[in-house]
Each structure stands twice: as C-alpha cells, then as structure tokens.
Design a protein around this ligand. Structure first.
Ligand code: MF3
Ligand code: CO
Ligand code: CO
Length: 254
C-alpha cells in the first residue's frame, strides 16, 4: 500500500512489545484460518470466522472499513494477487489462498499474510509458494541496523527470477505498528546498498507478491482485487518485524 506520512517512526522497546502482542494474535489468526480452510467453504464464511476470532481476542480487524474495504481479511485466490474481497466464492481442492490479516490490539498493528494450499495443488503452485516463502526468509535475513531497503528487494528478486517467476512492483511493504501503513515503502525489488538505511527501532513489513508469469497486475471492477494480467498464479507471504542491531526481530509469530 502507499503510505502518506513523510517520516519514519522509531519505536520504543515498550511499543515494540505491544506490536509483538498484536503480531502474535495476527499470526494465531492465520493458524486458525488454516485450520478452517477446507474445500467447500466460501471466502465470506472464512472472513466471518476470522472476524469473530479477532474480536473474541479483544482486537479489531484493521482492514474492516479501511478506505472502504469491506472485509476483516484480504482473501485472494489463485490468480488474484492481493486485496481480494471476501464473498460468495467457494474454495476448491487445488486452490492456493492468500490470507492477509492485520490486527489492532490495544491500538497497535500487526500485519501478516500466508499462502495456503488447499489439498493437492499443481506442481507449479507448490514451487511458487515455496519460492515465495523462501524469498521472504532471505529478505528478512538482510534486515539489521545499517542495512538498506534495496537489500530486501534484491534478495527477493535474486531468488525468484532465476526460477522464472516475477516480482509484483505495484504493491509494496511498509512501516507499521502505530498506524496501518507508515513510511517507509518497502519494494520487493531493488539494488543492494541502495535506498533508505534501516535503523534500530524501525518496524516494517516485507510482503513479496510473486507471480508465475508476468509481474503486471490489473484491478477488478470492485476497485480492490488485483489480478495477474496474464492469468498466472500469485503467492504472498508477509511478516511484521522490528529492526535491531543484530538483525530482524520478527513480531508476527505464534
Ligand atoms: N494487509 C494489507 C497489507 O499488507 C493491506 C490491506 S488494505 C485493505 O498492507 F484495505 F485492502 F484491506
Ligand atoms: Co502489509
Ligand atoms: Co497485510
């Protein structure tokens, strides 16, 4: 998403612990979503379950009503890249489903996404999902006080492009924690050593969207759902993390 603010918050250790609590709930919400994601469920039913899980843990789903978005999660299936609106669509065996959940707990935001494979999925889908998960892990390894935003994108593109996959450029990671989308923007492509320097106390997301075909996306008439332009598959994983002197402290863990 695009962030509006022109400054980057440095969070206190106390704030980071609050973001970690929210991030833990966001991660547990994805664990829960995985447990109920079965062929035959509609995306609306899944979103309702996610809503009730978050609310029953004294938190608020950040996406609900955000710029008019109508869901408590973004549910994007197969060729849908991001921002899928929960609705009548029925999940089938062989689908890959991106579930993106952001919680607000005691005012603090935790943002994460995983791609779930429903039953037996095509070989290409397995490869794409694995490569995307690995790309996020490699990107996280670059993060520490003094590293650069460009190191993140470079790690992602270097992993997925040789496999024949492409990096979506239209949507980026972002600062997060006190607000949903803060500075800086975190592109998932880039040049090593370039871009803003990360500093201890910054909290960011990395959320690569990786396509099996071309990187281009088109937005549906619903004004939200992004689709791959060529109809290919898309996968995404996202974590929220704090920058430390030693490395990334991932805050969206169960
Ligand atoms: N959670 C998404 C992100 O990772 C943002 C969703 S915004 C919405 O940045 F409006 F589509 F819900
Ligand atoms: Co995000
Ligand atoms: Co998200």
């Amino acid at each position: 998403m695009t962030a509006g603010k022109r400054f980057i918050y440095i969070k206190t250790p106390e704030q980071i612990e609050k973001i970690r609590e929210s991030g833990r709930l966001a991660s547990r919400t994805l664990d829960y979503a995985e447990s109920v994601l079965k062929p035959g469920i509609t995306t609306k039913t899944l979103d309702d379950l996610i809503h009730d899980f978050i609310v029953s843990h004294n938190a608020v789903p950040a996406t609900l009503g955000y710029r008019g978005f109508p869901g408590s999660s973004c549910l994007s299936v197969n060729n849908e890249v991001v921002h899928g609106i929960p609705g009548k669509r029925v999940i089938k065996e062989g689908d890959i489903v991106k579930v993106d959940v952001t919680t607000i707990l005691d005012g603090y935001y935790g943002d994460n996404c995983r791609t779930f494979m429903v039953g037996e999925v095509p070989e290409l889908a397995k490869k794409l999902v694995a490569a995307t998960r690995e790309a996020l892990e490699l990107a996280i390894k670059t993060v520490k006080n003094g590293s650069r935003i460009g190191d993140i994108g470079y790690a992602i593109q270097s992993h997925v492009r040789p496999l024949g996959f492409s990096v979506v450029e239209q949507f980026v990671g972002h600062g997060v924690g006190l607000e949903f989308h803060e500075e800086p923007s975190v592109p998932h492509y880039g040049e090593p050593g370039k871009g803003i320097m990360l500093k201890t106390g910054m909290v960011i997301t990395i959320e690569p969207m990786i396509n099996s075909g071309v990187k281009d996306v088109v937005i549906m008439k619903d004004k939200w759902t992004a689709l791959t332009k060529d109809g290919g598959l898309s996968a995404q994983f996202e974590h929220t993390m704090a920058v430390t002197d030693q490395g990334a402290d991932v805050l969206t863990l169960s």
